[in-house]
Design a protein around this ligand. Sequence first.
Ligand SMILES: [Zn+2]
Ligand SMILES: [Zn+2]
Length: 333
Amino acid sequence: MIFKVFSNLDDSVILFVCRTYLCALYVPQPQALVLLQEALTTRISPFHRLLVLRPRDRPNASPHRETSPSPCRQLLSLFVITNLGALVLYLLFGTLSYYFIFDHELKKHPQFLEVGVRREIAYALRSLPWISVPTVALFFAEVRGYSKLYDNIEDSPYGWSGVFLSMLSFLFFTDMGIYWIHRALHHKLLYKRFHKPHHLWKIATPFASHAFHPVDGFMQSLPYHIYPFLFPLHKVTYLGLYIFVNVWTISIHDGDYRVPRLLRHVINGSAHHTDHHLYFDYNYGQYFTLWDKIGGSYKSPTAFEGQGPHDYLRKLREKGLGVPNGPPAAKTE
Ligand SMILES: [Zn+2]
Ligand SMILES: [Zn+2]
């Protein structure tokens, strides 16, 4: 079955993703860009076509079949690649984080669900294919050249500094977008239907990072997808940022509250997001605390004040107590 699916994949999409992945992962950036440029100017025509952003601006494009790959095959290819990519990112980084970063002591916390991990994984695996459906529609528009993604540094409005600036503006833009979308998802009209499943876990593990209702998951990823339709962005940078945001999402669920002291109230880390799961109305942000401060929802993490989940467990041990009903201040919804 799986081989049948692969045999129907559009080779140009596969080439695009594989080469971009390989370039991004296995060779230094400047060399990756040289390789990409070479690919653009050589005879790998399907690859070339796929990377051409605005086919309508290139009237000399070849009229062969390869110049206009079947939309159905491209959609199918993107669907398979998007799902495999999401699955690999989630399971690989989630597992690494769970075994090497997540403090398993937290599983003794009274608000940790007995079947939590299994449930987190099952929920995420059920949701990811549904989230990918509208996501693929947006990727399709990108592949077809309707976004402002570009291939060469020369296409950047400000060269390398433009690429660097686009990384910062991507983080700022998506941080702002996610803050307001996340906050809207806490509105009583939306919360129960779409966002409550993610709040099932008061003490989360890295596997809760992608455990969202499909509508919730897609809504919170929208800023990532909207950005390249509004602002110029290098394709390899986009891929790198896409991997980064997935890893970041896992990291704010890993129960490792360490942040450099100077950045404790600037970076939205695991300590901040843990309090979001525990106390509900605070710290909606993704990377920074900026919008929580502007929106009046910032709460200094309890873990930084000696009142976090680890401190709670430590106090229990010191008192020689068993497992009680949970921290008194924690909200259940
Ligand atoms: Zn929330
Ligand atoms: Zn969460």
